[in-house]
Design a protein around this ligand. Structure first.
Ligand code: ZN
Length: 103
């Protein structure tokens, strides 16, 4: 983002603190409008607890980084012991695909 979407003014990097979480974005030097990318807004929603039920913290177990599966999804997706999770890189993150080992 180089120019303000409202007045076409010059944008400068801007950090806002909201509910104790820093959000990185841009501020127009002309009209003071602020702009934040959707990735920063999502980060803010998760860190302020607005998506608590589907967010998990990465933990270290031995030399591995581990995340647990939300119980709601385990039930909905009928995930069982020994099922596999396939990680795929997508444009703005990772996609997890559950592969059931038994039908
Ligand atoms: Zn502006």
């Amino acid at each position: 983002m180089e120019r303000c979407a409202i007045c076409k003014g010059q944008l400068k990097r801007h950090v806002k603190v909201s509910e104790g979480v820093k959000i990185r974005g841009w501020k127009c030097q002309n009209c003071s409008e602020t702009f934040f990318p959707s990735s920063e807004m999502l980060r803010w929603e998760v860190l302020t607890g607005r998506r608590k039920s589907l967010a998990r913290r990465v933990r270290v177990v031995g030399h591995s980084k581990v995340v647990t599966l939300p119980e709601k999804l385990v039930k909905e997706e009928k995930i069982h012991d020994k099922d596999l999770v396939l990680f795929e890189k997508i444009k703005d993150g990772l996609l997890l695909k559950v592969i059931h080992t038994e039908l």
